[in-house]
Write a new protein. Sequence first.
Length: 119
Amino acid sequence: MSETVAYPSAARTATPTAVTLDLSRIRALVVVIDVTAVGVTPSVTPLIEGVDVASGKSWTLLQGAALVAVGTTVLRVAPGLVAAANLVAADIVPERIRLTMTHGNGITITYTATAHLIS
C-alpha cells in the first residue's frame, strides 16, 4: 500500500486544480478527506474519475456528497465492494485517475485529501 497526499491541508475558497494520479497495478483506491475547519456555509464535493490514457477522456467512478461540516469522509473504489451512494463504487481502478474537489461557493473550508493505493 502507498499513500499520496492529493491536497495538503489548507483553507480554500475556490476549486483547486484537479490532481491526476498515474497508478500501476492498483486494485483498490481509498480516498480519505479530512475537513478540519469550516466557514459559515461551505460546500465542497469530491469527484473521482477514471482517465483514458490514450484519449485523455474521463468518466465518473465515484462522486461523493457535498461536504459541509468538520469530519472525515472515506471514499472507496474497488471491484467486489458493495456499492453505496456517494461513498463506495464497485468498479475497476484504472491506471490513471483524477481527483477533483469542487467548491460550491466562496466560503472557506480547510481539508486534506489523501489517496491510499492498494495493490
